[in-house]
Ligand binder design. Sequence first.
Ligand SMILES: O=C(O)CCC(=O)C(=O)O
Length: 302
Amino acid sequence: MKLGIKKALSRRALVRPNALYYFWKYGTNASRTRAARTHTPAYSDVGSIAEEIAREGIVSGDVSKFLSQSGIEQYAKAKREILALSRSEDVQRMVATQNAASEIKHNASKDFLVHMIAPKTVHPADGPILKLALDPKLLEVVSGYLGLWPRLYQIHAWLNYPTEQPPKESQMWHRDPEDLRVVKAFIYLVDVDEDTGPFTFIPRTHPFGEFAKHVPRHKDRKRVEDEEMNPTLSPDLHQICTGPADTMILADTVGYHRGGKPKSKNRVLLTFTYTSAWQDKSGPQIDGTPTWPMNDMQRMAL
Ligand SMILES: O=C(O)CCC(=O)C(=O)O
C-alpha cells in the first residue's frame, strides 16, 4: 500500500473490523496470521494477558510476568548495561546541560530526553537487549494480541529529564502512527512515581476498544491538549503508570497516551515496538547473525 494512504489512515483507531482491517490481516500479513492461528503458546498465561490487552489496550506488571526464564536473565544483563550507560559521563553531561537534542540528532525536537539507544544504534546479534526484545514469551503475548506473528520494529532506551518547558511532542496526548495495531513494551529501569514522568494511557481507546470511537476535536494534526481531550475522554479514565523499577507495560499505543514529563527525577526506560509487516521501514540494526537458537516466531520477528 502507498505511503500516502498509510499516512492518511494513521492517527485513527479502528472502531470495528472493516475491509482495510481484513486486507491488513489476510493480505499484507497473510503468512504471519496463518502462523499465529496454528501456533499453540508454550506459556499457559499468554492467552489471558493478550485478552487483557484486547479489552483494556494495556497491561502492566513485573517484567517476570511477561518473560521466559532466560528472558529474565537477559533482562538483568540489559538493565545493567543501560543503567551504566545512563550514568556515563557523556549522558550525564547532556542531562546537565540539557542539550541532548543537539548532540543526538535522532529526534531534535524531543529535547527532554537523551536517546541512549536509538534506531541508528547497532545491536550485537548475541547481546542481551536483542535477546530480550525477542523473548519467546513476550513475542507470544504480542502475537496473541495482534493475531499475527509480530515484527520487532524498534528498540529505544531513553533518559527523560525534567525541563522548565510546557509538555511537547510525545508528552502530549497522541496516537502512534506506525501500524493499524501496535504493541509497545515499556520497561522502567528505575522507580517511576508522579515526579518521574510516568507513561499515561487512556484505556479502551485502542483499536476495537470500547472508547475507540471517541475522538476529541483538536487543532494540531497529531497532538491533543488536555482542554481538548477532557470533554471527550475524562481525566477519571487516565491510567497513570507509576511503578517500581522492573515494571513492564504493554500497550497498544494506537490508543491515546502521553509520555513522561519528569518533574524532579530522571526516568530511565527501555522500550520495544512491535508491528506487523504493514510497517515496512527497516528494523533494528544488527551486527552479525545471531548464533543462539531461535524459534520460527523469533526469526520472523527480525
Ligand atoms: O515516554 C513515554 O512514557 C511514552 C512515549 C510515547 O508516547 C511513545 O513511545 O509513543
